[in-house]
Ligand binder design. Sequence first.
Ligand SMILES: C[C@@](CO)(OP(=O)(O)O)[C@H](O)COP(=O)(O)OP(=O)(O)OC[C@H]1O[C@@H](n2ccc(N)nc2=O)[C@H](O)[C@@H]1O
Ligand SMILES: Nc1ncnc2c1ncn2[C@@H]1O[C@H](COP(=O)(O)OP(=O)(O)O)[C@@H](O)[C@H]1O
Length: 296
Amino acid sequence: MNPAPLTLTAPAKLNLMLRILGRRDDGYHELQTVFQLLDFGDALSFQENSDASIQLHCPGVDLPPEQNLVYRAAQLLRQACGKPQLGATIAVDKKLPAGGGIGGGSSDAATALLGLNHLWQCRLSLDDLAELARQLGADVPVFVRGHSAFAEGIGEQLTAVSIEPRWYLVLTPACHVSTAALFSDPRLTRDSAAITLAALRDRRLNTHWLNEYAGNDFQPLVESLYPEVGEAREWLSRHGQAQLTGTGACVFAGFESESAAQQVFAERPEGWSAFIAQGVDKSPTHRQLAKFAATV
Ligand SMILES: C[C@@](CO)(OP(=O)(O)O)[C@H](O)COP(=O)(O)OP(=O)(O)OC[C@H]1O[C@@H](n2ccc(N)nc2=O)[C@H](O)[C@@H]1O
Ligand SMILES: Nc1ncnc2c1ncn2[C@@H]1O[C@H](COP(=O)(O)OP(=O)(O)O)[C@@H](O)[C@H]1O
């Protein structure tokens, strides 16, 4: 009988602030952002197989398997550890909307690197895995490191931070925003002033800090292209400080308690999709992996 599969949560992220500082020669953008990890996400389960194949089941993501970030992560890891004979069956239960700015695809990729590194006993360090992650996407390393963080560079230079615990209500408008299309739009603001590292003080971000630096340079452009995003943010701003995450389409507001978030959730207009999640400093993936490692 096969052993029980390894099941891990691939958490969502929110960008609590996001400034675009400029464009590099390779086309990528220098930015500053705060990644807040959430205690909610997709569920990935991994089982080793003996036929050296990567079998992926990922209903809800309309892509050929070879283009799915989970499959690409598995291939990359297998190559990096020089063991082409390794195989795995991976099932993804998608709970996070793709193209929502909450990092679902990136988090799935990071979770595949972490889960398979464990399952296949590749023994790559977090530094090695973060380097593979960078090759898969600018947003992937933060999920490999597994800690909420202030990010610079293209999003891969990370300083772990501790963020005042809050509950987030996330509205998920049904439009799919292309990150690449937004970054290449000439109307995008690309010259924001940088926050100095001194402003991070003791790396503990409280509500006062978050209110002072809140904002997202993508917001005006996204709202002009997708009016339903602006409509969702405007509605949410009547109940809290609402803003866009990443390139959208999701918008969010933070609350002091779960019940405060639930009250607003219950009042949302009929037919609007949303979820509530708690902000966490440490990724659930890492907590689950540590527990799993202790029991096998
Ligand atoms: C904007 C952010 C903020 O967290 O998030 P999302 O809204 O996508 O979640 C990220 O920087 C997105 O990261 P990610 O989604 O991993 O981007 P990638 O796959 O590496 O790149 C997609 C495309 O976006 C552009 N890109 C990405 C990151 C960056 N710092 N500068 C860029 O110009 C590039 O044109 C690239 O071709
Ligand atoms: N496992 C996956 N889950 C979601 N999207 C994926 C996955 N693999 C590849 N993708 C592609 O990545 C794109 C961005 O997905 P995602 O990370 O969820 O959004 P965002 O970058 O807006 O946070 C999707 O539009 C999809 O084409």
